[in-house]
Design a protein around this ligand. Structure first.
Ligand SMILES: C[S@@+](CC[C@H](N)C(=O)[O-])C[C@H]1O[C@@H](n2cnc3c(N)ncnc32)[C@H](O)[C@@H]1O
Length: 196
């Protein structure tokens, strides 16, 4: 089936297992990266575009039973792979067609968007939805591919979104202090806070 105009950039679920590779773990060190942002025990985190759980399972370990992880994706195949990894009961999987999440206003302490911001149309609506589901003072972190990456891995360059554009969209949606850091030659991280 030919993908519709809003699905053209979407990651192919047939390649879902690649998202759980050991190489990827070694490259991103998910537990360390997430903790370094300030995600901690008891937090409520929305893992938006969670895929097969590469980040959702570390997030659940970090927040523990006093926290909550809402793992959202459109793809049942991703949830199948996630379920095989025995997620704890404080991780909920939620089928959602982004940019809508269906989460209540102010639900999250953190919204984590890894390699998904560039796939969702329109990204401005995703930025607004992210603001809506965060509590005042809550934070968003966007990890994504640099359009000017050195390496050949990742989505086609014309599908990518520049970190400055993510920061601009977050600021336009109402976020304060968007901060851009180039993590390595291929990826960037943008963080911002919902005003308290
Ligand atoms: C490249 S994968 C990244 C998955 C995960 N965040 C990771 O880093 O391992 C992007 C994910 O976003 C999901 N996605 C993309 N567009 C979406 C949309 N409009 N609604 C729901 N999920 C979407 C895809 O199904 C896919 O699982």
């Amino acid at each position: 089936m030919h993908p519709g105009p809003t699905q053209e950039k979407r990651f192919d679920p047939a390649n879902a297992e690649r998202l759980l590779s050991l190489e990827r773990h070694a490259r991103y060190l998910p537990d360390e990266l997430l903790r370094s942002l300030g995600i901690a025990e008891g937090h409520r985190v929305a893992d938006v575009g969670c895929g097969p759980g590469f980040w959702a399972l570390p997030l659940a370990r970090i927040v523990g039973p006093s926290g909550r992880v809402a793992a959202l994706d459109a793809s049942p195949r991703m949830f199948e792979l996630l379920a095989r990894q025995n997620p704890p009961p404080w991780l909920d999987t939620i089928e959602a067609e982004l940019p809508e999440t269906g989460l209540p206003d102010g639900w999250a302490d953190w919204v984590w968007l890894a390699f998904v911001f560039h796939e969702v149309e329109p990204p401005s609506a995703l930025a607004r939805e992210t603001l809506r589901i965060l509590r005042p003072g809550g934070r968003v972190a966007v990890l994504d591919w640099r359009p000017d990456a050195a390496g050949e891995s990742g989505p086609p360059r014309h599908h990518r979104i520049a970190p400055q554009e993510v920061a601009r969209l977050l600021a336009e949606a109402g976020f304060a202090h968007p901060d851009v850091s180039l993590r390595d030659a291929d990826t960037y991280l943008v963080t911002a806070a919902k005003p308290a």
